[in-house]
Design a protein around this ligand. Structure first.
Ligand code: F6R
Ligand code: ZN
Length: 181
């Protein structure tokens, strides 16, 4: 493997010429939000993009670092702010760095023991997700929530546990303000 460089626009968070783009639409989020009817309506109204992950993948082997740009659109499903699916890493004892480049939101994190913590995300703020903590980003603002993420390349993703259990808390708009409920 040879060294390489990647151009990222730090104002917009755009990665130039990504090799892979993971696209999650509203229809990929079935089962995640409290208000299933509101999600169905959005799917019927054109099934818009919910979030995207831009990558230039490296080999998923120990010693490498995987990195990407995560871009989550703003919006509400009923009273619940748009969020990512969330996951544990398949190799549980692997951490992750999220450096927020744009937008406003929360990083919701939980352990298998049920501890749940939310950290604020805003431009210039770095959130450290420790090993063994599941993580989900939530966009509480009016523009896309964009972060640069980096984590051990062998970490992999386990979505099934969160799909079944969810998180102990949801982020809802209550009287116009984000609130953990
Ligand atoms: C990678 C990571 C992020 C997320 C991205 C989308 O380990 O945590 O790059 O993959 O924010 O969220 P998920 O993967 O939960 O759909
Ligand atoms: Zn992760």
């Amino acid at each position: 493997m040879q060294p390489f460089g990647v151009d990222i626009n730090l104002q917009t968070g755009e990665m130039l010429e990504p090799d892979r783009i993971v696209v999650r639409r509203a229809s990929d989020m079935q089962g995640y939000y409290a208000d299933a009817d509101a999600l169905e309506q959005l799917i019927r109204r054109g099934d818009p993009i919910h979030y995207e992950v831009f990558e230039k993948p490296v080999p998923e082997t120990p010693g490498n670092l995987m990195y990407c740009i995560s871009k989550l659109q703003p919006g509400l499903i009923g009273d619940e702010f748009y969020m990512t699916k969330g996951h544990y890493h398949r190799v549980r004892h692997t951490a992750e760095l999220y450096l927020c480049l744009r937008g406003q939101g929360l990083m919701l994190m939980k352990t298998e023991e049920g501890e749940c913590v939310a950290e604020a995300m805003a431009r210039g703020r770095l959130v450290y997700v420790p090993p063994s903590w599941a993580h989900r980003s939530v966009n509480t603002g009016t523009e896309p929530l964009v972060s640069f993420c980096a984590y051990p390349a062998e970490a992999g993703h386990n979505y099934g546990d969160i799909e079944e259990q969810g998180f102990p808390k949801r982020v809802l708009r209550v009287q116009g303000e984000p609130q953990l409920v």
